[in-house]
Design a protein around this ligand. Structure first.
Ligand code: MG
Length: 380
């Protein structure tokens, strides 16, 4: 009487944000999915585990499975949770007769819960763990309460949910044929008219959906990495004035080994600073002839690629250019658009500001232009 587990881990994690699969975020120092992997793989009732996940996470899931010493099949999921579970069911070995379906985003599943679900499904064909709701539940339409449900009959359903293999397969196939989508697997069995038994879950068996959930369970919190960049170039005759990739008409231009785009340099250094990857002088030495006259926007693009390769994602950039002359405001929109494009950010995340220095200092005397930039990155 083999028992198989389908671990649903193919979600897009949109409500968590950050782009990373939420089940790979850390709780108590380990990825969320590692907790349920351990619970199922150490359960003597379980014979096979199938993880259904996004294609890009398959390698990481296989690595985690090896780490916990479990024999695990990893398959690529579908667009909806229901489709992913169906794909997972197909990957079960023929001798598997009972199936546990579990959301990998619930790390606090216990051995007792797994055993209760399996026992109840063996007795009745289908079972789910859940808890009585503690809040009073209202039906609301267009902001107005329509009625109050009788709380004594209401339960919040959790996972694992356990089924006879043939029953859950039939339920999924019927739902697919009829275009019915539900948020859990019980609902598919219920609509066949088959009884599903509710057994005791645990209020701690929460599903981690939002960053607030993650914080509540003491999980990894996304702390932005902040970087700062500062650059100055001298204004001389016979050079182009290029700022954030925009060629600005002026009788002087910035002197440097590259195109001397002081704005692009400050943003590049801010990115490298946030990622602790050195500075642009390390990456593109001014002694290297290949960077003579280099397009600094192209260099910035390389910096962005490097930072992203370190698992970092840009959150925002704020640039200030200090120049006494020329008047830069007519070029602001184009500078902002250029930076947004190369950084892969919406313009709403790119600040571009200008200041004079009231005639003071080297900027005020028109001898040079300075730029400062602050960026924030998020580890994904
Ligand atoms: Mg420079």
């Amino acid at each position: 009487m083999g028992v198989g587990v389908v671990l649903a881990a193919a979600g897009s994690s949109q409500r968590m944000g950050g782009g990373k699969n939420k089940v790979l975020r850390l709780v108590e120092g380990r990825p969320i999915i590692a907790h349920s992997l351990e619970a199922f793989s150490t359960c003597s009732l379980v014979d096979q585990i199938v993880i259904v996940t996004r294609r890009e996470d398959q390698g990481e899931m296989e690595r985690l499975a090896r780490e916990c010493g479990a024999e695990v099949t990893v398959v690529e999921g579908g667009r909806e949770r229901q489709e992913s579970v169906y794909i997972g069911l197909q990957a079960l070995r023929p001798e598997i007769e009972w199936v546990l379906i579990h959301d990998a985003a619930r790390p606090f599943v216990s051995q007792e819960m797994i055993e209760r679900a399996v026992q109840a499904s063996r007795a009745h064909g289908a079972a789910a763990v859940g808890v009585p709701v503690t809040d009073t539940i209202k039906v609301v339409s267009e902001g107005i309460i329509q009625n109050t449900l009788d709380r004594s009959t209401l339960w919040a359903v959790q996972t694992p949910q356990a089924f006879a293999r043939e029953l859950i397969l039939t339920a999924h196939e019927r739902a697919r044929a009829e275009g019915f989508i539900a948020t859990d697997d019980c609902a598919l069995v219920e609509r066949l008219g088959h009884k599903v038994v509710m057994v005791e879950g645990d209020y701690r068996n929460i599903k981690i959906t939002t960053a607030a959930d993650l914080e509540r369970v003491g999980g990894e919190v996304m702390i932005p990495l902040v970087g700062y960049g500062y650059d100055v170039h001298r204004l001389v005759a016979g050079r182009k004035l290029i700022l954030a990739g925009v060629e600005i008409p002026y009788d002087l231009g910035l002197l440097g080994h590259s195109d001397a785009d002081v704005a692009a340099h400050a943003v590049s250094d801010a990115l490298l600073g946030a990622a602790a990857l050195g500075d642009i002088g390390d990456l593109f030495p001014d002694t290297d002839p290949q960077y003579a006259g280099a397009d600094s926007i192209a260099l910035l693009r390389e910096v962005v690629t490097l930072v992203k390769a370190h698992g970092l994602e840009l959150a925002n950039v704020d640039l200030t250019v200090a120049a006494q002359k020329p008047k830069l405001s007519p070029w602001k929109a184009q500078m902002r658009a250029n930076l947004a494009q190369v950084l892969g950010l919406p313009e709403s995340r790119v600040g571009v500001k200008f200041t004079t220095t009231e005639g003071l200092g080297f900027v005020g005397r028109g001898e040079g232009i300075a730029a400062q930039a602050v960026v924030s990155l998020i580890k994904i």
